[in-house]
Write a protein that binds this ligand. Structure first.
Ligand code: ADP
Ligand code: MG
Length: 261
């Protein structure tokens, strides 16, 4: 069974074929990684799947339903959530409020009830705070709940962004370079967190440059080059694939093979 399925997906920007005929699927509990050189089309692929870009060709399905071209908030309501390559955190808000902002998208209560501060909405905001706290606990940021988000270390901000994406209670989670700019210890924390999320049954689609992390946690790997899928398979076979080594791994190949063991 696949929760997320992508078929023949493509988009052009002017004359540039940014993504062309890409297909793969992600099942519950799986971590599928998309790798490839800068400009290969990874973020563009994410933008099409998450509804930011309207695909020029192909199809995206969520749990069997065609959701191609659906707007991000509707996709979120159907259980698809994402983080961004460039952090999108509200720096001046508290850590807790950032996560609560994620919950808010998920809440179904009428806005008017919030404005009038009715008991039902007060109860809801208490529930929001409680579940935001539980998520911060899960990503190791509970003690920083009341701190200004802007005061966090980079690695902590990356985990905060994951917590906010999890606030939507996604069934499918897209992570665009969650470990970028993180040191080895922070990367391992993110690594463990992503593995835990998947173990809970979420389908995870990951773009990440840290090959050790990719090789360690991926169920399988999709390799893009110039917008096209040039390989797909289990980490060990990808690390040995001559086309992948030529297009991308190059000098990283030794390191990647080490990580596979
Ligand atoms: N909004 C856009 N308009 C025009 N070109 C774009 C746009 N977004 C991405 N591109 C181009 O599409 C290609 C793929 O980019 P991107 O998906 O960001 O690659 P990656 O994430 O793999 O580094 C690049 O050549 C990039 O310049
Ligand atoms: Mg990118």
């Amino acid at each position: 069974m696949s929760l997320l399925r992508v078929e023949g997906l493509g988009i052009d920007f002017g004359g540039l074929r940014a993504v062309h005929d890409v297909g793969f699927s992600v099942g519950p509990g799986e971590i599928v990684s998309v790798i490839g050189p800068n400009g290969a089309g990874k973020t563009t692929l994410f933008n099409m799947i998450s509804g930011l870009y309207l695909p020029g060709r192909g199809r995206v399905s969520l749990d069997g339903a065609d959701v191609t071209g659906m707007e991000p908030h509707l996709l979120a309501a159907r259980g698809l959530s994402r983080t961004f390559q460039n952090l999108q955190i509200f720096q001046a808000m508290s850590v807790l409020e950032n996560v609560a902002a994620g919950h808010h998208l998920h809440e179904k209560g009428p806005v008017i009830a919030d404005m009038l501060s009715l008991p039902s909405s007060r109860r809801r905001s208490r529930q929001t705070r409680d579940s935001a706290h539980a998520l911060l606990e899960r990503v190791g940021l509970a003690r920083a709940a009341e701190h200004e988000a802007g005061s966090l270390s980079y690695g902590a901000l990356k985990r905060l962004e994951i917590a906010r994406a999890l606030a939507l209670e996604p069934r499918v989670l897209l992570l665009d370079e969650p470990a970028a700019g993180c040191n080895a210890v922070e990367t391992e924390e993110i690594d463990r967190l992503v593995a835990e999320v998947a173990a809970g049954g979420v389908a995870v689609l990951l773009v990440e440059h840290d090959m050790r992390m990719v090789m360690r946690i991926s169920s399988h790997i999709v390799v893009l080059d110039h917008g096209e899928k040039i390989a797909e398979g289990e980490p060990a076979s990808i690390a040995r694939n001559p086309r992948v080594i030529e297009a991308y791994l190059g000098a990283q190949a030794g390191e990647a093979n080490d990580a596979v063991g």
